[in-house]
Design a binder for this molecule. Structure first.
Ligand code: GCW
Length: 727
């Protein structure tokens, strides 16, 4: 279409606008990937477009805080993009159908609407979205107690439009079920990211505080849109320098960007900091000089950042210093910091990821043994942060036995969003089902229904603190996460942090619509693929409860043969224990008895191979190669079958994806297509390497009819890999 200024000099705004709208609707744009789930694509259904236009004539937004300004900007920007019209913002309701947003303090309309009782039901971060009338006008109200609730409500409202839902009969009340909803960045000060596969750290420390990368705002916005309200910006393998004024002034600048988005900053505290940057000769938590050093340090941090959130600590684990260096307990260490933080309402998140090669106990039992006796001994601003499973973010683990076992302590969940053990940012693996499986596991701590979700919400004990953390998969990559579908893992983490009982399916549905398309012929196959993808990966990497059989150090690819990694509990043979008789780690009462750490009936179910779910079979039991499994196949055949099913499923994903080429932009389509091809190659590598290796013990053939390996075992064992990212 050509747009000419007409001879009478009048600019044909209508056609210019139409052209703009058409351009917006064409789904072939570079950089869509950067926008994550906040694409705000034009509504293509004419029926829904008409519906939205009917109810949105004007916006009346109460307040002028920075947070409210962000909410207003987001609404204006998103509505223009999605509806193709600029919705006017005014102080008073002048039109018939208005969107009102604010709190009773900031908005006259909300104050006068009778929402008091409803607002009482929601928390400080919660919101209501409801249709009502005011002075005869139709009002769509987004109301909250605080400005941040208004912003969260605005994102929810926009999601309704992004996902093409009706907005005429709304009655939404939403509050987060968990208080601290944090990302943990394993980002080093030199901008490398431990276990990061999406480029370098987005924190440009060198140029802070003078240069504020616009990405900080985009990061905060994306987090706020899913309700994440905190970020630990530094690696748990900590560098004490982050606590020096050189960095604090930079952190202050970041905190300033994040604050209006409701996001607090936190730091990791290196336990030996009093020695390394304080000049003391000890870091003993009971030493008065050490205590004073931390007090002063914390005072200094709050002088820069009055709403600083607190510390995350990895102590006495994998070489990190801690209180045990001085013969003190984890409680001594955590309480010393907690006491100093309490005056400022800061918290300590003390990690339970501790294990010691010199302790002759099954590694998966050590965290429980260490922490359970500390229940009741921690100050009330301490949370113990526990990984979802008792080992280390494997493709599948049973839930961590500490959940439910420390009723007097708020336990914080730690999930990994970055795919350290799930194919890095190369494999399409939607982690919603992994999170959901763990959150909905029943601990039986207080009888049936004591799910992990309830434990971390703190509901049974009415803890005043609750928390959940996700190890971020964010980096400087243009698309933030390295794989278009890895963005879904950041998204689902946020949604489950807000509501740990939401289903991974609901979240996948929203994400696909917001990120790609509302076309059902795209949504359905993509959703099915996403929901099954984690199981596919379990199958081609670690079926039937196998675990920790990856290559050492970088953790990329298979390495079931690793038998020398400096310490036994970093090898693979420690975990799979394959020999000519069978395979698996006996954690039943006859073995390490790790099952004893669970409540009944979980311990009995896991403890008996007859009742133990297939998913955890070799996690808890040693089985003979010819034992018959639930499917009727021998264990060896079942293993072969599952590894092959894993590869076949990736091939199926490729087919599904290829059939969707015309449905989305060429750029993201192409990226996913290329990544799926690598995923297939790597899945084959996992399958063949593992089966060939285990075959040296079983001595059994890969059943006829299944694809046979193309290379001998030596090929996989000798494969060279250089500069694998994320170390
Ligand atoms: O999974 C392991 C990782 C380490 C990590 C550690 C932890 C930050 O391989 O890179 O260190 O867990 O969680 O502390």
């Amino acid at each position: 279409m050509k747009t000419k200024i007409q001879p009478n000099g009048i600019i044909p705004w209508k056609s210019i606008f139409l052209m703009y709208f058409i351009l917006l609707s064409i789904n072939i744009k570079a950089g869509d990937d950067y926008k994550l789930w906040l694409q705000y694509s034009p509504v293509t259904s004419q029926q829904m477009l008409g519906h939205y236009k009917k109810y949105i004539h004007e916006m009346v937004i109460g307040g002028d805080s920075e947070t409210i300004k962000i909410a207003e900007k987001e609404l204006s920007h998103a509505l223009l993009k999605m509806l193709g019209v600029k919705v006017p913002v005014s102080d008073k309701a002048t039109r018939e159908n208005i969107v009102v947003a604010g709190t009773p303090e900031t908005s006259e309309i909300i104050k006068n609407l009778n929402l008091k009782a409803k607002l009482e039901n929601i928390g400080d971060e919660g919101y209501l979205i409801t249709n009502t009338t005011y002075s005869g006008k139709n009002c769509l109200v987004i109301a909250a107690k605080k400005d941040i609730g208004v912003l969260y409500g605005v994102y929810h409202f926009l999601k309704l439009i992004q996902t093409n839902q009706e907005i005429s009969n709304l009655n939404i009340e939403s509050s987060p079920k968990i208080k601290l909803r944090l990302l943990n960045h394993w980002d080093n000060l030199d901008r490398t990211v431990e276990r990061g596969y999406a480029g370098f750290s987005i924190w440009d420390w060198h140029r802070l505080p003078g240069y504020i990368d616009p990405r900080y705002t985009d990061y905060a916005r994306a987090n706020a849109s899913v309700g994440i309200n905190g970020t630990v910006v530094s690696n748990v393998n900590a560098n004490a320098l982050i606590l020096t004024d050189y960095y604090l002034v930079k952190l202050k600048a970041l905190a300033g960007v994040f604050r209006p988005y409701g996001i607090k900053v936190y730091l990791t505290a290196r336990f030996s900091a009093p020695i390394e940057i304080g000049g003391l000769s000890t870091a003993d938590p009971l030493n008065e000089d050490v205590k004073n050093w931390w007090k002063n340090k914390i005072k200094e941090i709050y002088s820069y950042i009055p709403d600083f959130g607190g510390f995350l600590v990895k102590a006495n684990s994998e070489g990190q210093p801690g209180p045990q260096n001085y013969g003190r307990s984890h409680a001594d260490g955590a309480n010393m910091l907690a006491e100093a933080l309490a005056d400022y309402h800061g918290v300590v998140m003390w990690r339970a990821f501790v294990y010691d090669n010199n302790v002759p106990v099954d590694r998966t039992k050590q965290a429980y043994n260490e922490f359970k006796p500390l229940d009741g001994k921690l100050l009330d601003n301490v949370l113990v942060q526990v990984k979802n499973g008792p080992l280390d973010f494997q493709p599948r683990e049973p839930f961590h036995p500490l959940f439910g076992a420390m009723p007097k302590t708020p336990l914080m969940m730690e999930f990994q969003i970055t795919q350290e053990y799930l194919g890095f940012a190369t494999h399409l693996v939607y982690l919603g089902p992994l999170y959901e499986e763990c959150l909905q596991s029943d601990t039986y701590a207080k009888g049936q229904g004591s799910t992990v979700s309830k434990v971390i919400q703190g509901t049974p004990e009415d803890h005043h603190l609750s928390g959940i953390a996700g190890v971020a998969n964010i980096g400087t990559d243009l698309n933030w996460c390295g794989h278009p579908f890895a963005q879904a893992n950041w998204y689902v983490f946020g949604r489950m942090a807000w509501d740990p009982d939401i289903t991974s399916e609901t979240v996948a549905d929203d994400w696909i619509r917001m990120t790609f398309s509302n076309d059902p012929s795209f949504i359905q196959p993509v959703k099915e693929m996403m929901l099954a993808s984690r199981e596919f990966t379990v199958n081609y990497m670690t079926p039937l409860g196998l675990h920790h059989i990856m290559d050492e150090g970088h953790h990329h690819g298979p390495g079931p043969w690793i038998d020398d990694a400096g310490r036994a509990d970093w090898t693979s043979v420690y975990y799979h224990r394959a020999d000519s008789i069978g395979i698996g780690f006996d954690r039943s009462p006859a073995g390490s008895n790790a099952v004893e750490q669970y409540f009944s009936p979980v311990k009995e179910i896991f403890g008996n191979p007859e009742t133990c779910p297939d998913e955890y079979l070799l996690w808890f039991h040693r089985m003979k190669w010819n034992d018959i499994t639930r499917s009727g196949r021998t264990l060896w055949d079942e293993l072969c079958y599952r590894y092959h099913a894993g590869v076949d499923s990736v091939r199926q994903m490729k087919k599904v994806w290829n059939a969707l080429e015309t449905k989305i932009d060429t750029e993201r389509f192409g990226k996913v297509k290329m990544l799926l091809a690598i995923q297939e190659e790597e899945a084959v590598m996992w399958r063949d390497a593992c089966l060939l290796y285990f075959q040296t013990f079983s001595g059994l053939p890969i059943p006829a009819g299944l694809e046979q390996p193309k290379h001998p075992l030596g090929y996989y064992r000798n494969m060279k890999k250089y500069f694998v990212p994320g170390i």
